[in-house]
Design a protein around this ligand. Structure first.
Ligand SMILES: [Zn+2]
Length: 217
């Protein structure tokens, strides 16, 4: 997930775009919890817990960390490196203002609404969307992360009848049009935040993910 400071900045796609040299002092999420950020830390761990309950312990086996982001990446909300796990920007975990940051983005159509969840919960849900893509990639036996994301979006698009993956993404959010990987992540964020009120395109993406990751009924 990309920029927290302006709706025009992009989120890093599946880790792409973030320079690993700009990520410093990674720590376990729980280890930074203190009196002033405990609600924020609890909210992001809640995302982790909900998805582990649903999909099992294989979700985000790459880890869930928080780090200091510097340079051009200092305003990146968080990133996901396929195989390397989720890293969130400590600055935003410590920011008490994330609800209004995300509301501003949602108002402009840049990100889905956070529903009744907190802003930082929405950020974590987006990053976990990338992580779930990696799980699906493994189930598909697909080598490329981006190719796996493309297959997920194409499969979901056939269910909703939208023409073209970018048109499909645009129904979810502006940022969902950045790449197939971002379409999947934004859809997961939408469904985790809005449940049945999420866009049908988002729900179709999660249905495809569930088809790969949940035991067949
Ligand atoms: Zn992303």
């Amino acid at each position: 997930m990309g920029k927290g400071t302006s709706a025009s900045g992009g989120r890093a796609g599946g880790g792409g775009g973030v320079n690993p040299d700009n990520i410093h002092n990674p720590q376990e999420m729980i280890s930074i919890r203190n009196a002033s950020n405990q609600q924020q830390v609890d909210d992001v761990l809640q995302v982790s817990r909900e998805l582990t309950d649903k999909y099992g312990a294989d979700v985000a086996t790459g880890g869930f960390e928080v780090a200091t982001f510097s340079g051009k990446d200092s305003t990146t909300l968080g990133c996901y490196m396929p195989g390397g796990g989720i890293t969130m920007n400590k600055k935003y975990i410590d920011n008490q203002n994330m609800d209004s940051v995300m509301d501003d983005c949602a108002e402009k159509g840049f990100h889905p609404s956070r529903g009744n969840k907190s802003g930082i919960y929405a950020v974590a849900a987006h990053e976990y969307g990338h992580s779930l893509t990696e799980n699906v990639r493994g189930k598909m036996g697909e080598k490329s992360f981006d190719k796996a994301a493309e297959k997920i979006v194409t499969e979901a698009r056939k269910k909703t009848g939208d023409k073209g993956n970018i048109k499909f993404g645009r129904k979810i959010s502006e940022y969902a049009t950045a790449s197939n990987a971002e379409t999947v992540a934004e859809a997961v964020c939408d469904v985790m935040c809005n449940g049945k009120k999420a866009k049908k395109q988002s729900r179709a993406i999660v249905d495809v993910i569930d088809g790969y990751l949940l035991p067949k009924k």
